[in-house]
Design a protein around this ligand. Structure first.
Ligand SMILES: NC(=O)C1=CN([C@@H]2O[C@H](COP(=O)(O)OP(=O)(O)OC[C@H]3O[C@@H](n4cnc5c(N)ncnc54)[C@H](O)[C@@H]3O)[C@@H](O)[C@H]2O)C=CC1
Ligand SMILES: CC(C)CC(=O)C(=O)O
Ligand SMILES: [Mg+2]
Length: 362
């Protein structure tokens, strides 16, 4: 790495600050071990930013992100802000605009079963086998989460609310190309998820994905309806390599994939744009039910930091070292409550971060 890189650290709400502290701890251990330097600059985002600045994505936060080489993001939202009008809630007023602003259209969510956690999966042992390895590639800046018009109108029994699902050929093509390019580096299989039997948007999705696939004859493509895919993931996860999804279906299936590996707290993600600028965040949310208790699993945040080193900074060896340290820590039986077989032996968030960091130092 030629110069010190600047990381915008947006921890957010709920468990966000707790798990972020552990990711930064691990990154600092990696800096010392591998001799690179990162500069961490912190800013408010989400509900805590509404409380302090009156806006979920204050201009100074956006300016910091623009001046940074990557964004490390925690989570936003929670019951405290649910009373706000929908367009002012932290998720819609901060996270979605951030994704749109930086055109972070490509969301990578890898779900792999750690060998020591085969038993933590809620799937039957004969289905999990030695573990599966699925990469969910989710389109992140379009689809029904962004389509216009959306709104509410009318009153009484006639009051209605509506969202618009929309995809352009260009939007589908660029995420499909990413999926095929990445599948080439893996097991060369793309399963495109849609609902083309009902939704016109998804008819175009299927058509464009099929057209793009002709440029990748070495990669096998099959199409699957979202309802079937949800069932097939549980019946036989080994049939999947790369899942190519639109925004909403990828949101839903990736939570399912996370839990199939043992916990929501294990699923890391990278959201990148065409210039390889990225935002790195756990796939889960602010987990208000466990926030402030020091028991959240920091692994998804730590592995998101490893993805940042790999995708934004080209620090492959350091990324691998973090991933290996996480795997070894889990194998040594250092487990947070969500993945521990015996909750009485579970460690807290900070102990898990300490254990991973000390393995990197070693
Ligand atoms: N990227 C983001 O900032 C996201 C924000 N949210 C927001 O977060 C809030 C809570 O949403 P929920 O639907 O409850 O989803 P959630 O992902 O926050 O929590 C779902 C379940 O997973 C557990 N969980 C999540 N992360 C965990 C971790 N690291 N360790 C252990 N357990 C973990 C929680 O305890 C909870 O039981 C809402 O305001 C929601 O809109 C939800 C998803 C993503
Ligand atoms: C605001 C939501 C779309 C966040 C979320 O659930 C996700 O990105 O997985
Ligand atoms: Mg989600």
């Amino acid at each position: 790495m030629d110069r010190e890189k600047k990381v915008a650290v947006l921890a957010g709400d709920g468990i966000g600050p707790e798990i972020m502290a552990e990711a930064v701890k691990v990154l600092k251990a990696a800096e010392a071990a591998f001799g690179f330097r990162l500069k961490y600059e912190y800013a408010d985002v989400g509900g805590c930013a509404i409380d302090c600045h009156g806006h979920a994505l204050p201009p100074e936060t956006l300016a910091l992100c623009e001046a940074s080489d990557a964004i490390l993001f925690g989570a936003v939202g929670g019951p405290k802000w649910e009373c706000l009008p929908p367009d002012q809630q932290p998720e819609r007023a901060a996270l979605l605009p951030l994704r749109k602003h930086f055109d972070l259209f490509c969301n990578l969510r890898p779900s792999r079963v750690f060998p020591a956690l085969v038993e933590a999966s809620p799937l039957r042992p004969d289905i999990v086998g030695d573990g599966f390895d699925i990469l969910c590639i989710r389109e992140l800046t379009s689809g029904i989460y962004f389509g216009r018009p959306k709104g509410r109108e009318g009153q009484g029994a006639d009051e209605r609310a509506f969202d618009t699902m929309s995809y352009t050929r260009r939007e589908i093509e660029r995420i499909a190309r990413k999926a095929f390019e990445i599948a080439r580096l893996r097991r060369k299989k793309v399963t495109s998820i849609d609902k083309a039997n009902v939704l016109t948007t998804m008819v175009l999705w299927r058509q464009v994905v099929t057209e793009v696939s002709r440029d990748y004859p070495d990669v096998q493509l099959n199409h699957m309806y979202i309802d079937n895919a949800s069932m097939q993931l549980i019946r036989d996860p080994h049939q999947f390599d790369v899942l190519l999804c639109g925004n909403m279906f990828g949101d839903i299936l990736s939570d399912q994939c996370a839990m199939m590996t043992g916990s929501m707290g294990l699923l890391a993600s990278a959201s990148i744009n065409e210039s390889n600028f990225g935002l790195y965040e756990p796939a889960g949310g602010s987990a208000p039910d466990i926030a402030g208790k020091g028991i959240a699993n920091p692994i998804a945040q730590i592995l998101s930091a490893a993805m940042m080193l790999r995708h934004s900074f080209g620090l492959e060896a350091a990324a691998l070292a973090i991933e290996r340290a996480v795997e070894e820590t889990i194998a040594a039986g250092v487990l947070t409550r969500d993945i521990a077989r015996d909750p009485r032996k579970a460690v807290g968030t900070a102990q898990m971060g300490d254990a991973v960091a000390s393995r990197i130092r070693a």
